[in-house]
Design a protein around this ligand. Structure first.
Ligand code: PMP
Length: 342
């Protein structure tokens, strides 16, 4: 049986959150002399520590309650805080499926947590047989499932994800950084079914706001309460909150840009089929494509000379490059460059 109390670190359970000036006075006043701010300027006031306006909008769009939303300094903060909340440094473990997003490993190391990396099998699927022994290990506190997965681009089967959610008594973090490019439903619609579920999303990809550093976690309110307790009080700046609110108020632009990227991806996939040095094009539900070439290091270096930067994933998947879908002009430049390589 999953018990949140059992898996939260004792020091975090006992922790009393920092109470900021903005937490202590609610309402509106004329004179604010409570936060040691400067009375002059335009960014002189601290930001809303609860990011209320963002949550109001996301709550409507995603059909979740405000108290089921955490706003982070990028979804990298969602990952880091999970280690801090659930994993005792030097003792507890987490698990993910490799190849996957590298920050799970870096964040685990920073927090002195061992990350078990279970290899994906058969074109990057999760093997439940291999996973089974880990599901009952009490010191494994978190399983990270990146779906669509970076750098492979595929989603995992719903039956597999549901099996893990049903049979693991720790936290399951589904990283949906690329979900908007996929046709699949977000697991954020499943919060009522799973007390051990955290869904992570970001404004860095389909929303086009990587520079604003804003990520989101959706989970049941008792988990979100823990996130709010552990986060730095003013973790999202006023400018960044405003940028997010402006985009959330212009969903049609978001949809249009996302659809352009998806169409460009289809165009690139087709073009790749006619390029001899590409040996394999992996199916993708994200805004990038993993391709296998004859010599990834050589192709990467040649593209750099042509001033085109791709991601060399040779160390993770033999002879593979991960290519982000760009604008029409960028993609055309890439294809011309690839065609010119002998
Ligand atoms: N998760 C995945 C799978 C990613 O690929 C990335 C960024 N590359 C992130 C999370 C981090 O995104 P953010 O910009 O929200 O920190």
């Amino acid at each position: 049986m999953f018990s949140l109390e059992k898996i939260v670190r004792k020091n975090i359970q006992k922790l009393k959150a920092y109470s900021s000036a903005r937490d202590e006075f609610k309402g509106t006043a004329e004179v604010y002399l409570d936060a040691n701010e400067n009375p002059f300027g335009t960014l002189n006031r601290y930001p809303d520590p609860k990011q209320t306006k963002i949550k109001e909008r996301l709550s409507t769009i995603k059909n979740v309650e405000d108290n089921q939303i955490f706003i982070g300094n990028g979804s990298d903060e969602v990952i880091d805080l999970a280690f801090r909340i659930f994993c005792e440094p030097g003792k507890d473990k987490a698990l993910t499926f490799s190849p996957t997003y590298g920050m799970y490993d870096v964040s685990a190391s920073i927090n002195d947590v061992e990350l078990i990396k279970q290899p994906l099998v058969n074109d990057f699927q999760i093997s439940l047989n291999q996973l089974q022994p880990y599901l009952d290990m009490e010191d494994v506190k978190i399983i990270f499932i990146c779906s669509p997965n970076n750098p492979t681009g595929n989603c995992f089967e719903d039956e597999t994800i549901q099996y893990i959610l049903d049979n693991f008594n720790g936290m399951v973090i589904i990283d949906e950084a690329y979900i908007d490019f996929s046709t699949r439903d977000s697991y954020a619609t499943q919060l009522a079914n799973y007390p051990n579920l955290i869904v992570s999303q970001t404004f860095s990809k389909a929303w086009g706001l990587a520079g604003a550093r804003v990520g989101v976690a959706y989970a049941n309110s008792n988990i979100i309460d823990l996130y709010n307790k552990v986060k730095p009080p003013y973790n999202v700046s006023t400018l960044n909150q405003e940028a997010i609110i402006a985009s959330l108020d212009n969903i049609s632009l978001f949809e249009a840009n996302k659809n352009t990227i998806i169409n460009e991806k289809d165009w690139l996939m087709n073009e790749f089929k006619n390029i001899k040095l590409i040996k394999k094009i992996y199916p993708t539900e994200a805004n990038f494509i993993l391709i296998e070439v004859t010599d990834a290091n050589a192709v990467y270096d040649t593209l750099v000379v042509k001033k085109i930067i791709t991601r060399n994933r040779n160390s993770l998947v033999n002879n593979c490059l991960r290519i982000t879908v760009g604008s029409k002009e960028e993609n055309t430049q890439l294809i011309t460059a690839l065609k010119s390589i002998i």
